[in-house]
Design a protein around this ligand. Structure first.
Ligand SMILES: [Zn+2]
Ligand SMILES: [Zn+2]
Length: 180
């Protein structure tokens, strides 16, 4: 996994060449310079734009084409987590997606992660992760509780920012079980 994280936003030629010779991989090239590399057996897909690794998709156990990704997930995530667990771990997300025809998902831009769940409705919150998408993180420090600016960071996991100790204390009640 760390291998992918190191390559995000950078030259991906090495991954590209290694994977191209793997018979479990399928390569799809588009005229706009975007290449998708699907590894159905190992449960991941790479999105490469002009030799830069832009996105890494890691599949859980509900995809029809991809087998579940068995490698170590980043930041101590497990596929059995539901969205309440993820918010306990990372705080309030930068944005939410989905609903209707699309699985619901939440994103954290300062970590560079989007997590979708195996449900299309926010009314059914306690369901496991469907897919994890990794992208290049952006430099921002937004409080994981009230979403104001804040550069106080959880000293232990360093994954959540807070505007001050009040928000940190509020989050700690849920966060302590997921801080690692
Ligand atoms: Zn706050
Ligand atoms: Zn923490």
């Amino acid at each position: 996994m760390t291998e992918f994280l190191q390559h995000l936003g950078k030259d991906s030629l090495k991954i590209n060449n290694e994977q191209q010779n793997d018979k479990n991989c399928k390569l799809q090239k588009f005229p706009n310079g975007v290449t998708y590399l699907m590894n159905y057996q190992e449960g991941f897909q790479l999105e490469i734009q002009n030799n830069i690794l832009k996105n890494v998709y890691l599949y859980g156990n509900h995809d029809k084409q991809f087998k579940p990704y068995k490698g170590v997930l980043p930041f101590g995530i497990t596929f059995t987590m539901c969205n309440a667990h993820i918010v306990a771990k990372f705080g309030e997300p930068t944005s939410k997606q989905g609903g209707g025809p699309i699985n619901i998902g939440i994103s954290y831009d300062h970590i560079g992660i989007e997590i979708t769940f195996q449900t299309k409705t926010w009314d059914q919150p306690n369901v496991a992760i469907d897919q994890i998408i990794l992208y290049e993180p952006v430099n921002q420090t937004i409080c994981g509780i009230c979403k104001k600016n804040g550069d106080l960071r959880c000293g232990q996991c360093k994954l959540v920012y807070y505007c001050g100790v009040d928000c940190q204390k509020t989050h700690w009640k849920q966060h302590k079980g997921f801080c690692q």
